[in-house]
Every structure is written in structure tokens, then in C-alpha cells.
Write a new protein. Structure first.
Length: 66
């Protein structure tokens, strides 16, 4: 879930749940690969987000939408 969108207000919405794609290299650099509104993935600093656990049904719905 996005908690900081300063400087990226057009790309990220605060308090919105985003799908994170696995990217070990990005994670080593302190980034996350996030799927945006258009279905494209971009790197953002990991400290802009907090991980949350969502029920399996919600997770499946999020993945289907992305």
C-alpha cells in the first residue's frame, strides 16, 4: 500500500493497494517494481510503500485486474 507519493502524485495514490512484481535486483537497490493504473510497471523507492496481507480472494482479484 502506498504511504508516500510526494513527487509522484500523478503516478501514485496514497493509501492505494498496488501489485508488486518480483524483481530481486530492484529490491537489492531498495526499490519495488509497481504496476500502475495503465498496467505498466515502474520502479519506486520501497519506503513509499508498506507491505500488507490481503485475503486470498482479494489478492486474486487484484492480480486479475493488473
Amino acid at each position: 500500500m502506498c504511504v508516500h507519493n510526494e513527487g509522484y502524485e500523478a503516478s501514485l495514490e496514497r493509501n492505494k493497494i498496488y501489485v508488486v512484481l518480483s524483481d530481486e535486483e530492484a529490491e537489492r537497490d531498495g526499490d519495488l517494481r509497481i504496476v500502475d493504473e495503465g498496467g505498466e510497471d515502474y520502479l519506486f523507492a520501497a519506503d513509499r510503500f508498506v507491505p500488507i496481507e490481503v485475503p486470498a480472494l482479494v489478492r486474486a482479484s487484484l492480480l486479475k485486474a493488473s
